[in-house]
Design a protein around this ligand. Structure first.
Ligand code: C2E
Ligand code: CA
Ligand code: CA
Ligand code: CA
Length: 276
């Protein structure tokens, strides 16, 4: 459907072509990266708001591109989802993160992000069962983070998979809470154990604008009132932490405590923490 004159069509051509070219390069590079071990996981702690104790770490993908240096997931996850590459990449993440977490003290959990495409793949449950079996990680130490987008796609099928995973003892977290469009009753029906309050609200807790501050507090209160474990994301200041604690938020995560770090730094930190 070429609407507009031939001139208009040609006007867009070079840009489109460049975009397609960049995409093809990125896709080719990602396939090579998976084979060439250019991906790495960094881990960011989540910490009790009142206790200051570390309860676990979220695994976050990093790509060491041979020419471009470190590439963040925002740049490659969308294309990995579109092309289906997220399925083998996600499997690598699950296996690597579970194996790493199995070396940590038994009370420390691992949180792993899942994409909608992984839910459509049919392989998800067997892959998770396999990652748990080969690592020896206890299922209750594994938390899977999903966004509302995952549930919106095909909620009945996704509900069935989530129920199966919870049967195994795995915990489910709803990521980016407050940014989606689900109804409150939908959220109540959804079988999850934990709510992660989106960074945008945590950020507004210290806003100079009163309305923004009030909205942020309301979102935190609503998350807490669902009666699940709550984790606030993107905590950067003491002030934000204090408000979150006061509102009854259980766990916090963000640069205030730590940036995401390589596995070797986490292992060192945990050894220090246990006094070894
Ligand atoms: P997310 O799951 O919401 O992860 C939180 C993001 O916030 C991470 O960005 C983290 O580095 C960043 N962050 C943490 N604390 C702070 C803070 O105090 N301030 C600010 N400004 N940012 C903070 P990152 O690592 O770039 O990841 C971006 C997104 O990419 C993630 O958002 C997640 O949706 C996706 N992602 C990352 N790793 C994976 C993965 O293994 N699989 C899948 N499917 N998606 C992943
Ligand atoms: Ca997450
Ligand atoms: Ca999030
Ligand atoms: Ca996000």
């Amino acid at each position: 459907a070429k609407s507009g004159g031939r001139g208009a069509f040609r006007f867009f051509e070079p840009e489109l072509d460049e975009l397609m070219h960049a995409r093809r390069n990125l896709e080719r590079d990602m396939r090579a990266a998976l084979a060439g071990r250019q991906f790495e996981l960094h881990y960011q702690p989540f910490v009790g708001a009142a206790t200051g104790k570390t309860y676990g770490f979220e695994a976050l993908l990093r790509w060491h591109h041979p020419q471009r240096g470190m590439v963040l997931p925002g740049e490659f996850i969308p294309l990995a989802e579109e092309t289906g590459l997220i399925v083998p990449l996600g499997e690598w993440v699950l296996r690597t993160a579970c194996a790493e977490a199995a070396t940590w003290p038994a009370h420390v959990r691992i949180a792993i992000n899942l994409s909608p495409a992984q839910f459509r793949s049919k392989e998800l449950v067997p892959v998770i069962v396999g990652a748990l079996a080969s690592s020896g990680l206890a299922p209750h130490r594994l938390e899977l983070e999903v966004t509302e987008t995952v549930i919106m796609h095909d909620s009945e099928a996704v509900f069935a998979v989530l129920a199966e995973l919870r049967e195994l003892g795995v915990r489910i977290a709803l990521d980016d809470f407050g940014t989606g469009y689900s109804s409150l009753s939908f959220l109540q029906r959804f079988p999850f154990d934990k709510v992660k309050i989106d960074r945008s609200f945590v950020n507004e807790l210290s806003s100079p604008r009163a309305e923004a501050r009030h909205l942020a507090r309301a979102v935190v209160r609503f998350a807490v009132s669902l009666g699940k474990t709550t984790t606030a994301e993107g905590v950067e200041t003491k002030e934000q932490l204090d408000i979150l604690r006061e509102e009854g938020c259980g766990e916090t995560q963000g640069y205030y405590f730590s940036r995401p770090m390589p596995a070797s730094d986490i292992a060192r930190m945990l050894r220090r923490g246990s006094g070894a």
